[in-house]
Design a protein around this ligand. Sequence first.
Ligand SMILES: *[C@@H]1O[C@H](CO)[C@@H](O)[C@H](O)[C@H]1NC(C)=O
Length: 473
Amino acid sequence: MLFTLFIQCFVVATIQAFVSHTTPVAFSTTKTFSIHDRVPTLNNIQNIGPSISSLQAANTETESTSTSISLSNLADKRILVVGGSGRVGGSVVCQLTKQGALVTVGGTNEDSFLSSQGRWKRLFPSIEQNLDKITFSKVDRENASSLESILETNNFDLVIHTAGPFQGKVKTPNGIIEACVKSATPYIDVCDDYCTARAAKSKYASIAVENDTPCIVSTGCWPGVSSLMCKQLTKNALEKNPSLTPRDLTVDFSFFTAGSGGAGATLLVATFLILAEKSLLIQDGRRKEVDAMKDYDVVDFGKIVGKKDVAHLNLLEAASAHDVLGIGNVKTLFGTAPGFWNQLLGLMAQLPSSLLSNEPLMEKLAIFSLPIVRIVDYFAGATNAMRVDVTSAKDPSIQEMALYAHENLEPCVGECVMAFSCALLSGNVKGGIWFPEEAIETKEDIAAVLGLAGIGAHTLEVGGGMKKSDVWG
Ligand SMILES: *[C@@H]1O[C@H](CO)[C@@H](O)[C@H](O)[C@H]1NC(C)=O
C-alpha cells in the first residue's frame, strides 16, 4: 500500500515539477501526530554536563594559544569502526586508514564487509594498498558483551559507532557505548536523534566521568561540524557585544544536499524517520513545533552551490544549541535538489506518522526506492553544504556567518568524523559524554577541528568581520 502511495507521490511530484516551478504542493490533509515521546521537552531533559553558562564562562577564561589537535594524532592508532561496512562508516574507515590508523570494522556480517571493499576502492583509490590492514570483528551493537572481549584483547584507542539509524532508539540498548565507558575506551557516535543521544548521556555519563573516558555523541558533519560552527560564531558574537547573553542570539542552521547525497538505505531510512517528526524550533527560549518540509526560504550557499530552497526539518542542532549553548532562538532548515525531491519529501511528511515512524516498513521503502534515488543522484550530484547565521534582535551589527560546502557528502562525512577523532585522541576532551559543542571547548581547538573537517571542502567562508582562520583554522 505504502509503495503505491510512494509511487503516486513520486509521479505527482514529478508532474508538479514539470508543470510549474511554483511553491511546493500543500495538501489540506489533517492528521494527528503522536510524536511527543520523541520530541524533547524541557521537562524530560535532565541537564547533564556543562550548563548554559559555560559558553559565557568560556568567553572570559584565558584560552591557550596552541592546540594539539592534528592529523598526526591518528598515526598507528587502533580504531574500531562499528558499522564500517555502511556508507557513513565506510567513509570513516577510508579516511582513518589514509591517515595511518589501524582500523577494524565491527559488524554483524563479514560478507557485507568484504563486498563494501569494492566500493571503497572506487571512491578512495589510494585505499587499495592498505586494504589488507583493515580487519573485521563480529559485533552486535545492542549487546555490550559482544564487544567486551574484543575490547579486552585489542586495546583500541578509539571506538566509532556509525551503525544507524539512531532515530527512536531511546529504549534500545546501545551496547557499544556501554562497553566503551566500562572499559575506559574513548567513543564517538554519529547519532542524529536528540532523545537517543540524551538517553545515552543520562545512562552512561557518570561512568564515563568516573573512568575518565572521553565520549562525543551526535557528531560528524551535521550535527558535529555544524554544531562547532555555531559555537564559534556565538562566541564571537558575545565577544563583540559583551552585554548580550546567548538567549539574545538567533541561530539559523541551513543545510543543502543534492539528490540523496549518495545515501545508502540507512540514511534514507533515517530521512524518512525524521520526516515523521514535527520540526523543533526555539523562539524566545521556548520550544515550538512546525510542519516539516512545508514553508520554504531561499538561502545562499556561496558561489559554487548557489541559492537553494530550504524548509524546516527536525534536526538535532535546534535542541543541542538551545540546551548546551543556551541560544534563545534556533531553527534548522534543509533543502535538496532537484526541486521535485523537496516536494516529494513534503508530500511524504504528510503521510501518517505511524507509517513514517515504522522502521521495518521504511527499510523496505528505502530498498524499493534506492534505484529511483540513484537515477536522480546521477544527475543531481551529491553536494553537501551547510551554513550557520548568528544574529541578534538586540544588536543589528551582529551578523556572523560561516559556510562550508563539499562536492560529495560521502567523503565529507568521513573527513568530519576524522576531525573529531583527532580531537578525541589529542587528550583535549575530558572524561564524560558530550555533544560536540560541549566536547571542544576553546576557540583554538574549535578552529583546529573545523580546519581538519574542511580538508576536502571546496567552499569555506566567513562573514561578519571575522578572519577566515578564526573559524576554519
Ligand atoms: C551477547 O553477546 C554474548 C557474547 O558474544 C553472547 O554470549 C550472548 O548470547 C549475546 N546476547 C544476546 C541477547 O544476543
